[in-house]
Design a protein around this ligand. Structure first.
Ligand SMILES: [Fe+2]
Length: 280
């Protein structure tokens, strides 16, 4: 197996390896798991595999989960369809960590390209450990111990009726997560806010809020500043898909952005999502 890092910050392509072999090869699995923790997102080209292989590979890393809005591939629990057609149904073109609106957000995912346009539809991943590390010291001090709510309502719920949206929120109420979370396997600190974050829940202290102006605007300016860090190119890798390309990412340490520049061309991807634990 050859390992080719793609940037100085994040991402490596693994060559001369089939992810179908990982299901039955413990040493190969251990090597790939270590590389994932190091590079945060791994890419494989020309994978001639089945859906069962896709699910088996992802399952080595943990239990799989479905999605409340995306369709599950019939007969393959834990594998969801991300199929784009001439309909304008692009929701993934924002920097985000998948499903941070869950109390236990997924720790990783495996995305496979079934078909894609000749150009367009790249995906960008961001190293959120680097994003935290490079914050100014005064910001690091300010956000220490801060927590933010995350919700599904204002993203996936936006196109629903009020009744559907209320039902969605009953099933997935706002959850609160640390703004800086710790990686359970590497101990690294990670900036963990994004577009699912709605507001800070413990910002309104005498130190932070002297006047009314500091309260909502002060908190939302800081939240937006933190969210904007994912857009810094030095923390990113951009991957061009081909049919048979596969990516696996650490959903704790990274965010990603699906570039939606190819409409109305179709694009068909399938994702296996690996369940995670409560952030700390
Ligand atoms: Fe995503």
């Amino acid at each position: 197996m050859q390992i080719k890092p793609l940037t100085c910050s994040i991402g490596a392509e693994l060559r001369d390896v089939s992810i179908a072999d990982v299901a039955k090869d413990d040493a190969l699995f251990a090597e790939i798991k270590a590389l994932l923790l190091k590079h945060r997102v791994l890419f494989f080209r020309d994978q001639d595999i089945t859906r069962a292989d896709h699910v088996a590979f992802a399952s080595r890393f943990g239990d799989l989960e479905d999605h409340p809005v995306a369709n599950t591939v019939p007969g393959y629990p834990g594998l969801i369809e991300i199929y784009k057609s001439e309909k304008r149904d692009h929701f993934e073109n924002t920097y985000h960590s998948d499903a941070s609106w869950r109390a236990n957000p997924p720790k990783g995912a495996v995305l496979r390209c079934i078909s894609c346009p000749e150009v367009g539809g790249d995906t960008i991943w961001v190293n959120m450990v680097e994003a935290y590390k490079n914050l100014p010291d005064d910001i690091k001090a300010k956000i220490e111990g801060l927590r933010a709510k995350h919700g599904i309502e204002h993203s996936f719920g936006a196109v629903m009726t009020t009744e559907e949206r209320e039902e969605l929120v009953r099933k997935y109420p706002l959850v609160d997560h640390p703004v800086v979370r710790t990686h359970p396997e590497t101990g690294e600190k990670i900036l963990y806010v994004g577009p699912f974050s709605t507001h800070f829940i413990n910002y309104h202290t005498p130190e932070n809020v002297r006047f009314g102006q500091d309260k909502t605007p002060g908190a939302s300016l800081l939240l937006n500043y933190l969210i904007s860090q994912a857009a810094i190119p030095e923390y990113q890798v951009r991957f061009k898909w081909e049919p048979g390309s596969v990516a696996i990412w650490d959903n704790i340490a990274t965010q990603h952005y699906a570039v939606s520049d190819y409409w109305p061309a179709p694009r068909r991807m399938e994702r296996a999502t690996i369940s995670g634990d409560r952030p700390f």
